[in-house]
Design a protein. Structure first.
Lengths: 94, 254
Protein backbone atom coordinates (compact mmCIF):
# COMPACT_ATOMS: atom_id res chain seq x y z
CA UNK A 1 0.00 0.00 0.00
CA UNK A 2 2.84 2.38 0.78
CA UNK A 3 3.93 2.68 -2.85
CA UNK A 4 0.42 3.57 -3.98
CA UNK A 5 -0.35 7.15 -4.80
CA UNK A 6 -2.34 8.99 -2.13
CA UNK A 7 -6.08 9.20 -2.39
CA UNK A 8 -7.94 12.42 -3.21
CA UNK A 9 -11.62 13.16 -2.82
CA UNK A 10 -13.28 14.68 -5.86
CA UNK A 11 -16.00 17.31 -5.80
CA UNK A 12 -17.83 18.44 -8.93
CA UNK A 13 -19.96 21.49 -9.58
CA UNK A 14 -22.45 20.38 -12.18
CA UNK A 15 -23.65 23.88 -13.10
CA UNK A 16 -22.72 27.40 -12.20
CA UNK A 17 -24.70 28.45 -9.14
CA UNK A 18 -24.88 24.97 -7.64
CA UNK A 19 -22.63 23.71 -4.87
CA UNK A 20 -19.80 21.25 -5.48
CA UNK A 21 -20.90 17.72 -4.65
CA UNK A 22 -18.82 14.75 -3.69
CA UNK A 23 -18.38 12.48 -6.71
CA UNK A 24 -15.82 9.90 -5.57
CA UNK A 25 -12.08 9.60 -5.27
CA UNK A 26 -8.93 9.20 -7.35
CA UNK A 27 -5.33 8.19 -6.78
CA UNK A 28 -2.75 10.79 -7.75
CA UNK A 29 0.83 11.71 -6.90
CA UNK A 30 0.20 15.44 -6.69
CA UNK A 31 -2.60 18.01 -6.79
CA UNK A 32 -2.25 18.76 -10.49
CA UNK A 33 -2.42 15.07 -11.36
CA UNK A 34 -5.42 14.70 -9.09
CA UNK A 35 -7.28 17.37 -11.04
CA UNK A 36 -6.36 15.71 -14.34
CA UNK A 37 -7.30 12.24 -13.15
CA UNK A 38 -10.58 13.55 -11.76
CA UNK A 39 -11.27 15.24 -15.08
CA UNK A 40 -10.67 11.99 -16.94
CA UNK A 41 -12.65 9.83 -14.53
CA UNK A 42 -15.60 11.94 -13.54
CA UNK A 43 -16.30 14.54 -16.22
CA UNK A 44 -16.20 12.53 -19.41
CA UNK A 45 -19.93 12.88 -19.92
CA UNK A 46 -20.26 16.58 -19.26
CA UNK A 47 -20.86 16.10 -15.57
CA UNK A 48 -19.35 19.37 -14.49
CA UNK A 49 -18.03 22.86 -14.95
CA UNK A 50 -15.68 22.96 -11.97
CA UNK A 51 -13.61 20.49 -9.95
CA UNK A 52 -12.21 20.42 -6.44
CA UNK A 53 -9.82 17.82 -5.16
CA UNK A 54 -8.92 17.41 -1.51
CA UNK A 55 -6.40 14.97 -0.01
CA UNK A 56 -8.54 12.25 1.59
CA UNK A 57 -6.26 12.31 4.61
CA UNK A 58 -7.38 15.88 5.25
CA UNK A 59 -11.04 14.91 5.62
CA UNK A 60 -12.13 14.78 9.24
CA UNK A 61 -15.05 12.38 9.59
CA UNK A 62 -17.50 11.76 12.39
CA UNK A 63 -17.10 8.47 14.20
CA UNK A 64 -19.87 6.01 13.27
CA UNK A 65 -20.08 4.93 16.91
CA UNK A 66 -21.02 8.49 17.82
CA UNK A 67 -23.97 8.42 15.46
CA UNK A 68 -26.51 8.00 18.25
CA UNK A 69 -25.25 10.97 20.23
CA UNK A 70 -24.88 13.12 17.16
CA UNK A 71 -27.99 12.35 15.18
CA UNK A 72 -30.59 10.63 17.37
CA UNK A 73 -31.67 13.81 19.22
CA UNK A 74 -32.88 15.37 15.95
CA UNK A 75 -35.34 12.56 15.34
CA UNK A 76 -38.16 13.66 17.62
CA UNK A 77 -37.87 17.39 17.01
CA UNK A 78 -40.33 17.54 14.19
CA UNK A 79 -41.09 21.15 15.07
CA UNK A 80 -37.76 22.01 13.55
CA UNK A 81 -39.16 21.22 10.11
CA UNK A 82 -40.95 24.20 8.59
CA UNK A 83 -43.97 22.12 7.68
CA UNK A 84 -46.46 23.84 9.97
CA UNK A 85 -46.82 26.89 7.82
CA UNK A 86 -49.27 27.36 4.99
CA UNK A 87 -47.37 28.29 1.89
CA UNK A 88 -49.05 31.06 -0.06
CA UNK A 89 -50.43 29.61 -3.25
CA UNK A 90 -48.49 31.95 -5.53
CA UNK A 91 -45.14 30.81 -4.15
CA UNK A 92 -44.22 28.24 -6.71
CA UNK A 93 -40.90 26.83 -5.59
CA UNK A 94 -40.22 25.97 -1.98
CA UNK B 1 -10.14 28.91 -53.28
CA UNK B 2 -8.10 28.18 -56.38
CA UNK B 3 -8.92 24.98 -58.16
CA UNK B 4 -7.49 22.18 -56.09
CA UNK B 5 -6.75 18.73 -57.35
CA UNK B 6 -9.23 16.34 -55.80
CA UNK B 7 -6.56 13.65 -55.45
CA UNK B 8 -4.38 16.04 -53.46
CA UNK B 9 -7.16 16.86 -51.05
CA UNK B 10 -8.05 13.18 -50.61
CA UNK B 11 -4.42 12.31 -49.95
CA UNK B 12 -4.08 15.14 -47.46
CA UNK B 13 -7.24 14.25 -45.54
CA UNK B 14 -5.97 10.67 -45.33
CA UNK B 15 -2.67 11.83 -43.86
CA UNK B 16 -4.43 13.79 -41.16
CA UNK B 17 -6.94 11.03 -40.46
CA UNK B 18 -4.44 8.17 -40.42
CA UNK B 19 -2.13 9.96 -38.01
CA UNK B 20 -4.96 10.51 -35.54
CA UNK B 21 -6.28 6.98 -36.03
CA UNK B 22 -2.99 5.18 -35.48
CA UNK B 23 -2.03 7.22 -32.41
CA UNK B 24 -5.55 6.77 -31.04
CA UNK B 25 -5.16 3.02 -31.44
CA UNK B 26 -1.74 3.05 -29.81
CA UNK B 27 -3.06 4.91 -26.78
CA UNK B 28 -6.00 2.52 -26.46
CA UNK B 29 -3.45 -0.27 -25.98
CA UNK B 30 -2.68 1.16 -22.55
CA UNK B 31 -6.16 0.34 -21.30
CA UNK B 32 -5.72 -2.25 -18.57
CA UNK B 33 -1.92 -1.87 -18.55
CA UNK B 34 -1.28 1.62 -17.19
CA UNK B 35 0.64 2.26 -13.98
CA UNK B 36 -2.66 3.19 -12.30
CA UNK B 37 -6.33 2.66 -13.10
CA UNK B 38 -6.69 6.44 -13.35
CA UNK B 39 -4.16 6.45 -16.18
CA UNK B 40 -6.00 3.68 -18.01
CA UNK B 41 -8.85 6.14 -18.22
CA UNK B 42 -6.65 9.07 -19.12
CA UNK B 43 -5.01 7.22 -22.00
CA UNK B 44 -8.35 5.90 -23.25
CA UNK B 45 -9.72 9.45 -23.18
CA UNK B 46 -6.81 10.78 -25.18
CA UNK B 47 -7.16 7.88 -27.57
CA UNK B 48 -10.86 8.49 -28.07
CA UNK B 49 -10.23 12.17 -28.78
CA UNK B 50 -7.87 11.13 -31.54
CA UNK B 51 -10.23 8.48 -32.93
CA UNK B 52 -12.89 11.20 -33.04
CA UNK B 53 -10.60 13.38 -35.15
CA UNK B 54 -9.79 10.42 -37.38
CA UNK B 55 -13.45 9.71 -38.05
CA UNK B 56 -14.06 13.27 -39.22
CA UNK B 57 -10.98 13.37 -41.46
CA UNK B 58 -11.58 9.95 -42.97
CA UNK B 59 -15.27 10.62 -43.58
CA UNK B 60 -14.28 13.80 -45.38
CA UNK B 61 -11.58 11.95 -47.34
CA UNK B 62 -14.23 9.48 -48.48
CA UNK B 63 -16.52 12.29 -49.60
CA UNK B 64 -13.73 14.01 -51.52
CA UNK B 65 -12.77 10.77 -53.19
CA UNK B 66 -16.36 10.20 -54.24
CA UNK B 67 -16.09 6.44 -54.66
CA UNK B 68 -18.49 5.56 -51.89
CA UNK B 69 -15.85 4.69 -49.27
CA UNK B 70 -16.81 5.74 -45.77
CA UNK B 71 -14.66 6.09 -42.64
CA UNK B 72 -14.86 2.37 -41.90
CA UNK B 73 -13.86 1.33 -45.40
CA UNK B 74 -10.85 3.63 -45.23
CA UNK B 75 -9.83 2.57 -41.73
CA UNK B 76 -10.35 -1.17 -42.00
CA UNK B 77 -9.77 -2.03 -45.63
CA UNK B 78 -6.49 -0.36 -46.53
CA UNK B 79 -3.08 -1.98 -46.12
CA UNK B 80 0.07 -0.52 -44.62
CA UNK B 81 1.36 0.83 -47.94
CA UNK B 82 -1.80 2.92 -48.29
CA UNK B 83 -1.59 4.33 -44.77
CA UNK B 84 -0.24 7.86 -44.52
CA UNK B 85 0.27 8.38 -40.78
CA UNK B 86 3.53 9.80 -39.42
CA UNK B 87 6.08 7.19 -38.38
CA UNK B 88 6.25 8.77 -34.92
CA UNK B 89 2.71 7.77 -33.99
CA UNK B 90 3.05 4.11 -34.98
CA UNK B 91 6.06 3.58 -32.70
CA UNK B 92 5.35 1.11 -29.88
CA UNK B 93 4.19 2.41 -26.53
CA UNK B 94 7.31 1.12 -24.81
CA UNK B 95 7.25 2.12 -21.18
CA UNK B 96 5.45 5.13 -19.73
CA UNK B 97 8.46 7.33 -20.51
CA UNK B 98 8.37 6.45 -24.21
CA UNK B 99 4.62 7.01 -24.41
CA UNK B 100 4.87 10.41 -22.73
CA UNK B 101 7.82 11.43 -24.93
CA UNK B 102 5.85 10.50 -28.04
CA UNK B 103 2.83 12.44 -26.79
CA UNK B 104 4.89 15.50 -25.94
CA UNK B 105 6.50 15.56 -29.38
CA UNK B 106 3.27 14.91 -31.22
CA UNK B 107 0.73 16.99 -29.29
CA UNK B 108 3.02 20.02 -29.23
CA UNK B 109 3.27 19.70 -33.01
CA UNK B 110 -0.42 19.01 -33.52
CA UNK B 111 -1.41 22.06 -31.51
CA UNK B 112 0.78 24.38 -33.59
CA UNK B 113 -0.31 22.73 -36.81
CA UNK B 114 -4.04 22.74 -36.08
CA UNK B 115 -3.94 26.38 -35.00
CA UNK B 116 -2.93 27.07 -38.61
CA UNK B 117 -5.24 24.47 -40.10
CA UNK B 118 -8.13 26.15 -38.28
CA UNK B 119 -7.84 29.04 -40.74
CA UNK B 120 -7.55 26.78 -43.80
CA UNK B 121 -9.26 27.80 -47.03
CA UNK B 122 -10.95 24.39 -46.87
CA UNK B 123 -13.95 24.95 -44.61
CA UNK B 124 -14.31 21.32 -43.58
CA UNK B 125 -10.68 20.85 -42.56
CA UNK B 126 -10.75 24.17 -40.72
CA UNK B 127 -13.88 23.14 -38.80
CA UNK B 128 -12.37 19.80 -37.77
CA UNK B 129 -9.22 21.56 -36.57
CA UNK B 130 -11.23 24.08 -34.54
CA UNK B 131 -13.21 21.31 -32.93
CA UNK B 132 -10.05 19.40 -32.01
CA UNK B 133 -8.04 22.29 -30.57
CA UNK B 134 -9.50 22.26 -27.03
CA UNK B 135 -8.81 18.51 -26.86
CA UNK B 136 -5.26 19.00 -28.04
CA UNK B 137 -4.69 21.73 -25.48
CA UNK B 138 -5.42 19.14 -22.81
CA UNK B 139 -3.14 16.58 -24.49
CA UNK B 140 -0.28 19.08 -24.47
CA UNK B 141 -0.91 19.87 -20.84
CA UNK B 142 -1.07 16.18 -19.91
CA UNK B 143 2.17 15.34 -21.74
CA UNK B 144 3.95 18.41 -20.40
CA UNK B 145 2.97 17.75 -16.78
CA UNK B 146 4.11 14.16 -17.06
CA UNK B 147 7.40 15.10 -18.67
CA UNK B 148 8.08 17.45 -15.76
CA UNK B 149 7.10 14.80 -13.23
CA UNK B 150 9.27 12.09 -14.73
CA UNK B 151 12.21 14.39 -15.40
CA UNK B 152 12.02 15.84 -11.94
CA UNK B 153 11.15 12.55 -10.23
CA UNK B 154 13.47 9.68 -9.39
CA UNK B 155 16.66 8.67 -11.15
CA UNK B 156 14.80 5.86 -12.83
CA UNK B 157 11.90 8.01 -14.05
CA UNK B 158 14.39 10.52 -15.41
CA UNK B 159 16.33 7.83 -17.25
CA UNK B 160 13.16 6.42 -18.77
CA UNK B 161 11.74 9.67 -20.09
CA UNK B 162 15.18 10.67 -21.40
CA UNK B 163 15.49 7.32 -23.20
CA UNK B 164 12.04 7.84 -24.69
CA UNK B 165 12.88 11.34 -25.88
CA UNK B 166 16.19 10.21 -27.37
CA UNK B 167 14.83 7.15 -29.14
CA UNK B 168 11.91 8.99 -30.76
CA UNK B 169 13.70 12.19 -31.74
CA UNK B 170 14.64 10.79 -35.17
CA UNK B 171 10.95 10.54 -36.09
CA UNK B 172 10.15 14.19 -35.39
CA UNK B 173 11.80 15.70 -38.45
CA UNK B 174 9.16 14.16 -40.68
CA UNK B 175 6.44 16.23 -39.02
CA UNK B 176 7.88 19.34 -40.62
CA UNK B 177 8.60 17.93 -44.09
CA UNK B 178 6.50 18.49 -47.13
CA UNK B 179 6.07 17.04 -50.61
CA UNK B 180 4.49 18.13 -53.88
CA UNK B 181 0.99 17.38 -52.64
CA UNK B 182 1.34 19.51 -49.54
CA UNK B 183 3.23 22.24 -51.38
CA UNK B 184 0.32 22.63 -53.80
CA UNK B 185 -2.19 22.68 -50.94
CA UNK B 186 -0.09 25.20 -49.02
CA UNK B 187 -0.03 27.42 -52.09
CA UNK B 188 -3.83 27.16 -52.24
CA UNK B 189 -4.11 28.20 -48.60
CA UNK B 190 -5.41 24.80 -47.49
CA UNK B 191 -2.45 23.17 -45.76
CA UNK B 192 -0.28 24.98 -43.21
CA UNK B 193 3.40 25.40 -44.02
CA UNK B 194 4.75 22.84 -41.56
CA UNK B 195 8.40 23.78 -41.96
CA UNK B 196 7.66 27.26 -40.62
CA UNK B 197 6.43 25.69 -37.36
CA UNK B 198 9.63 23.85 -36.63
CA UNK B 199 11.51 26.61 -34.77
CA UNK B 200 8.50 27.29 -32.51
CA UNK B 201 8.08 23.57 -31.85
CA UNK B 202 11.77 23.20 -31.06
CA UNK B 203 11.62 26.14 -28.69
CA UNK B 204 8.59 24.77 -26.83
CA UNK B 205 10.07 21.31 -26.48
CA UNK B 206 13.38 22.69 -25.25
CA UNK B 207 11.57 24.88 -22.76
CA UNK B 208 9.76 21.88 -21.26
CA UNK B 209 12.92 19.78 -21.20
CA UNK B 210 14.87 22.57 -19.51
CA UNK B 211 12.21 22.90 -16.84
CA UNK B 212 12.19 19.12 -16.37
CA UNK B 213 15.98 18.99 -16.06
CA UNK B 214 16.24 16.83 -19.19
CA UNK B 215 18.70 16.99 -22.06
CA UNK B 216 17.74 17.96 -25.58
CA UNK B 217 18.29 14.75 -27.59
CA UNK B 218 21.40 14.83 -29.78
CA UNK B 219 20.80 15.27 -33.51
CA UNK B 220 20.12 12.03 -35.34
CA UNK B 221 19.65 11.15 -38.97
CA UNK B 222 15.91 11.61 -39.56
CA UNK B 223 13.77 8.62 -40.45
CA UNK B 224 10.99 9.47 -42.89
CA UNK B 225 8.68 7.85 -45.39
CA UNK B 226 5.11 8.24 -44.18
CA UNK B 227 4.02 10.52 -47.02
CA UNK B 228 4.90 7.74 -49.45
CA UNK B 229 3.46 4.95 -47.33
CA UNK B 230 6.89 3.65 -46.30
CA UNK B 231 6.37 2.63 -42.69
CA UNK B 232 8.34 1.03 -39.92
CA UNK B 233 7.64 -2.62 -39.19
CA UNK B 234 5.23 -1.72 -36.41
CA UNK B 235 2.31 -0.46 -38.48
CA UNK B 236 1.51 -3.88 -39.94
CA UNK B 237 0.95 -5.32 -36.47
CA UNK B 238 -1.35 -2.45 -35.52
CA UNK B 239 -3.41 -2.93 -38.65
CA UNK B 240 -3.52 -6.69 -38.17
CA UNK B 241 -5.11 -6.22 -34.78
CA UNK B 242 -7.34 -3.34 -35.81
CA UNK B 243 -8.55 -4.82 -39.08
CA UNK B 244 -8.75 -8.53 -38.33
CA UNK B 245 -12.45 -8.66 -37.62
CA UNK B 246 -13.55 -6.74 -40.70
CA UNK B 247 -11.19 -8.76 -42.86
CA UNK B 248 -12.28 -12.12 -41.49
CA UNK B 249 -15.99 -11.26 -41.36
CA UNK B 250 -16.57 -8.56 -43.97
CA UNK B 251 -19.38 -6.20 -43.03
CA UNK B 252 -19.72 -7.66 -39.53
CA UNK B 253 -21.80 -5.49 -37.19
CA UNK B 254 -22.72 -5.74 -33.55
Amino acid sequence: MSNQWPLWEVFIRSKNGLAHRHAGSVHAADAQMAIENARDLYTRRQEGVSLWVVPSAQIVASDPSDAEALFEPAKDKIYRHPTFYDIPSNVKYM
Amino acid sequence: MTAVNKDDLFEYALRLGDTSLVLGHRLSEWCGHSPEMELDMAMSNLGLDLIGQARLFLTYAGEVEGKGRDEDALAYLRDALDYRNFLLVEQPNGDWGVTIARQLYFSTFQQLYFQQLATSADEQLAAIARKALPEIEYHVRFATEWTLRLGDGTEESKRRIQDGLNSLARFTSELFDSDEVEDRLTAAGIAPDASALRPIWQERIEQVLAEAGLDVPPPHRPVTGARKGHHTEHLGYILAEMQFLQRAYPGARW
